[in-house]
Design a binder for this molecule. Sequence first.
Ligand code: AHR
Length: 505
Amino acid sequence: MSNLKARMIVDKAFRIAEVDKRIYGSFVEHLGRAVYGGIYEPGHPAADALGFRRDVMELVRELRVPIIRYPGGNFVSGYNWEDGVGPVAERPRRLELAWRTVESNEIGTNEFVRWAKEAGSDVMMAVNLGTRGIDDARNLIEYCNHPGGTYWSDLRRKHGVAEPHRIKTWCLGNEMDGPWQIGHKTAHEYGRLALETAKAMRQVDPGIELVSCGSSSTGMPTFPQWEADTLDHTYEAADFVSLHQYYGNRDNDTANFLAQSLDMDHFIHTVVSVCDYIKAKKRSKKTMLLSFDEWNVWYHSNGADSRLEPWTEAPPQLEDVYTFEDALLVGSMLLTFLRHADRVKMACLAQLVNVIAPIMTENGGRVWKQTIYYPYLHTSLYGRGVSLKPVVTSTKHDTKDFTDVPDLDSAVVFNEEEETLTIFAVNRSLNDELPLDCDVRSFEGYRLEQHIVLTHDDMKAVNTAEREEVAPKECRSSRLDNGILETRLPKASWNVIRLTKAEGK
Ligand code: AHR
């Protein structure tokens, strides 16, 4: 008999905000086998005429990824975008300093934008504010977005792309607060450069939206002063401030690991507070939005990466093999975004293929879904609509770094158009099932459609090319009677409970 208990009152009148589908974005960097050997592998049996893998494309499409950040990441801070356009045979091979590899430049802006379009995704393009600056950013946006009749737009047309790419969302550099970044800057140096770059880019295309670099993690010594100092410059020019965060279970303390989404919640609250302080200070009418454009679990591959030979092409870098427990934390991180749907309007799971990714490939071989694929898939499919604010009570526990960790982690999304209500829930308890009662009386005439559960006895279970060990199943332990949903969430589980309006009700 479990001592745990959770209750939830869900009312359609308690709305947080419409979920921006772009919180289900992802990221493809020129890093490891993300591009070469990931999305692109000419000669692979599943490659299309351009060399892109159809088997990978199928999974990307299944995930319904609305926006993909490109081309970095740390890579962008040393990237000359001109190297990646024009005849492939003439493109230079370069030393890639961020990840110490050789970049062939076989894939560049035009090829990637075309691939993303086929995947059903928009591109979030990052400009290099490490080794470069205003001039290259304004040229790149002219190349991408100007229709024609000028040097850079005509060059694009000469490169076989008649129509402009019309890329709307642009990142003003990447992790410029990080000492590892090529061209790392102080907050004031970055703030000035970002502002002037934003001005020039907007002169070329006033329709764009811009992301100002926030902190690389809550652990940065400059967090959150970095946000205050940089936004002092960029507040009116930018639409978003970025947040990045990766977690790991280095001491093998799973209860503590699963509680780390509380740190993410705190991160978001803090950045919102700083943004609102700058808003007040500037007497601005604008509310800054948040782009959580790098997030995931990342630590499994650290050791292997340190043993790789430098200066090779597309080495297997950052190839984390994700466990079942990683899927639970990834689920909780997604729920955190849903609960902050009023301010977090974009987020990018870093990354998409092979590099800390939900999708893995073998060179010349198979493709498979990692454990983290599933919470990402479920929220992307069923987490579109209005994020509701349920009244939740739950038993709690303490972990090494966190007190009062609710056993239940949850978020609720109401899709008014489709008349569906989805309750997402993680049972963080490693030992006990969690009985959960949900009062959904404001959803009259709704019936229980499905309860999907992802669980496994072994927290370290992984999926491989050979075997999908961790996969969702249908759960039969829920019932809905007179507006009260009663269910039992298995110990350590990810749950998706879907209610739909019954015909004629
Ligand atoms: O996603 C991997 C790397 O993590 C990115 O290149 C960088 O921005 C971050 O530090």
